[in-house]
Ligand binder design. Structure first.
Ligand code: CUA
Length: 280
């Protein structure tokens, strides 16, 4: 496109300058009219056909190349992972093939095709999963699954939501941690073996609750430190599943183990806040 645009630019601007020089007024009278011309069939055919050919060339190139971007390169089953990416107000949740879950940070194996099923629970709004270094944006639409993929070397890649989805949209950020396969396997087997681990609970608290709440002070939502629901498993479950007031149902598709993990973690907070008065 740059080559075509460059050629057209040179022709148009070159002709413009040539005409300015060639037909400058010089010593001619100010009111002298130029020669009257009408039509040039050959010229008109050229400036119609040539742009058509250029557009056909660019269009054909795109149609040939586009599938290579949209579809992952073929890989063996052993060399392929599918991770589910869920958009929620206001966090990203990741589900792995063995049932493991993480919040805010996706762990993915390096140097192989990683398929992403991008979706949002039915009660959600539309979000957009965007990891600029790993490819384009793809919408997380309630009740629909979109597909994309990446293949990346070891590294840490910033991700964010790119669809305005509510008051904390700007805080809806995440990280994709691409690590060697063995490290990835280790992470997901540990998570799957302990589905209500305190590590997951901490991720949930920091990645989900703390986006809108602080312990000691009101923030987007009210302070949590003095709220008895913080460690009340049944109450917490209700609020996560159904939301309350302005708070969305942030955990309406969480498993019992995921909620247990959060409670396990918030109980440690209660101890801390209890010990130090009401520090956040
Ligand atoms: Cu989700 Cu913006």
């Amino acid at each position: 496109m740059l080559v075509f645009a460059g050629i057209v630019f040179a022709i148009v601007e070159g002709t413009l300058i040539a005409m300015i020089v060639k037909y400058r007024r010089g010593k001619r009278a100010r009111n002298l009219d130029g020669a009257q011309v009408h039509g040039s069939t050959r010229l008109e055919i050229i400036w119609t056909v040539l742009p058509v050919l250029i557009l056909v060339a660019i269009g054909s190139f795109i149609f040939v190349e586009l599938p290579k971007i949209a579809n992952p390169p073929s890989a063996s089953a052993a060399d392929e992972t599918t991770i589910t990416v869920e958009g929620h107000q206001f966090y990203w949740l990741f589900r792995y093939p063995n049932g493991a879950v993480s919040v805010g940070t996706m762990i993915a194996p390096a140097g192989e095709v990683v398929n992403e099923d991008v979706l949002a629970p039915k009660t959600e709004v539309i979000h957009s999963w965007w990891v600029p270094e790993l490819g384009g944006k793809i919408d997380a639409i309630p009740g629909r699954t979109n597909h994309t993929w990446f293949k990346a070397p070891v590294g840490t890649y910033a991700a964010r939501c790119s669809d305005l989805c509510g008051i904390q949209h700007a805080k809806m950020i995440a990280t994709v941690d691409v690590v060697p396969r063995a490290q990835y396997e280790q992470f997901i087997s540990k998570r799957a073996a302990q589905p209500s681990s305190i590590a997951l609970g901490q991720q949930e608290f920091q990645g989900v609750c703390a986006v809108c709440h602080r312990l000691a002070t009101d923030y987007v939502g009210p302070a949590l430190g003095t709220n008895p629901l913080l460690t009340d498993e049944k109450g917490l479950r209700g609020i996560l599943m159904n939301g309350v007031g302005n708070m969305p149902a942030v955990g309406d598709d969480w498993s019992t183990a995921q909620i247990d993990a959060l409670v396990t973690y918030t109980k440690t907070l209660k101890k801390k806040t209890g010990a130090s008065g009401n520090a956040g």
